[in-house]
Design a protein around this ligand. Structure first.
Ligand SMILES: Cc1ncc(COP(=O)(O)O)c(C=O)c1O
Length: 287
């Protein structure tokens, strides 16, 4: 495949970056994972806004004079002859004076790979998730709102989950409230049928998919709560599901080793995924 590295479109075998780049040395970089479907970048303006927000919080300058990310994404789709793809846009601080923190020119890198969502059987079966001991970064340490390439917190949580034969690990925040998955946002349906998700105030990534699922759920007239909740709430949940750009809406059918509901995907997850997919085609949502 063809990738984009610092101004050039190159085959992946030639896509290289300096070892002096702070993205490599420190994870000092921001990123977005986006999808295209039928050649359109899904929810682009939301991803673009979050990219700018992340860069702003780290003081990485992606203002005027920077590359046009949407143009690069489109160019990559064209050069790779792909309509349905997953693309990863990375902007590092670049290389510079490590003591004075000056002289940086951000490095823009965009990866691209073919992507088709998993089939209905995968969604019907759902996945196993566990509560992990790894605690989500404190807001005052490394704000989870920043979508940064410093992903060790997430990676440790995912490793813990895999070691326990699960596909995703759910982290608590330092105060013991439910936060999010290693690479996904968390939702559940309680015994009363209310849809719940951790509030942004808990200290989580403001997922684009999370926001869109909240939108379609409210439009459908569901009762939705954004809450600071204890993990015990999940043990009593009728349905649990996770959201992300890649997974869309994916049911957790085994929670900490026990079946959730009847052990198959729940009705809420299924209908919200369908509603999310309909949103892709709404004017203004995809570019
Ligand atoms: C920690 C974390 N939470 C949530 C998400 C889901 O975010 P989005 O829906 O924007 O893909 C991700 C995506 O990678 C993530 O890394």
């Amino acid at each position: 495949v063809i990738l984009y590295v610092r101004g050039s479109f190159v085959p992946d075998s030639q896509a290289v970056i300096s070892v002096l780049d702070r993205g490599f040395l420190y994870g000092d970089a921001v990123y977005e994972t986006v999808r295209s479907a039928g050649g359109k970048i899904l929810f682009w303006s939301d991803h673009e806004q979050r990219l700018h927000h992340s860069a702003h919080l780290l003081g990485i300058d992606i203002g005027p004079g920077s590359p046009d990310p949407l143009a690069i994404l489109k160019e990559l789709l064209g050069r790779n002859d792909l309509a349905d793809a997953r693309l990863r846009l990375v902007v590092t601080r670049g290389a510079g004076d490590r003591d004075q923190l000056t002289g940086f020119v951000p490095s823009w890198v965009v990866l691209c790979e073919p992507f088709t969502p998993p089939g209905e059987e995968f969604y019907a079966a759902g996945i196993r998730a566990v509560r992990v001991a790894t605690v989500r970064n404190a807001v005052a340490s490394l704000n989870p709102e920043i979508k940064s390439c410093n992903l060790l917190n997430n990676s440790l949580a995912r490793r813990e989950a895999i070691a326990r034969d699960a596909q995703e690990g759910v982290m608590l925040n330092p105060q013991g409230f439910l936060a999010e998955g290693a690479f996904s946002n968390l939702f559940w349906v309680d015994a009363g049928g209310r849809l719940s998700t951790p509030a942004l105030s808990v200290g989580i990534l403001p997922g684009v998919t999370r926001q869109k699922v909240l939108l379609v759920a409210r439009r459908a007239g569901l009762t939705v709560r954004e809450v600071e909740a204890r993990p015990e709430e999940l043990d009593a949940a009728r349905e649990i599901f996770l959201t992300s750009t890649s997974w869309e809406v994916l049911g957790v059918t085994t929670w900490n080793g026990s079946p959730v509901g009847d052990g198959r995907e729940g009705a809420r997850a299924r209908s919200l995924r369908a509603a999310l997919r309909r949103l892709y085609d709404e004017p203004g949502e995809s570019r």
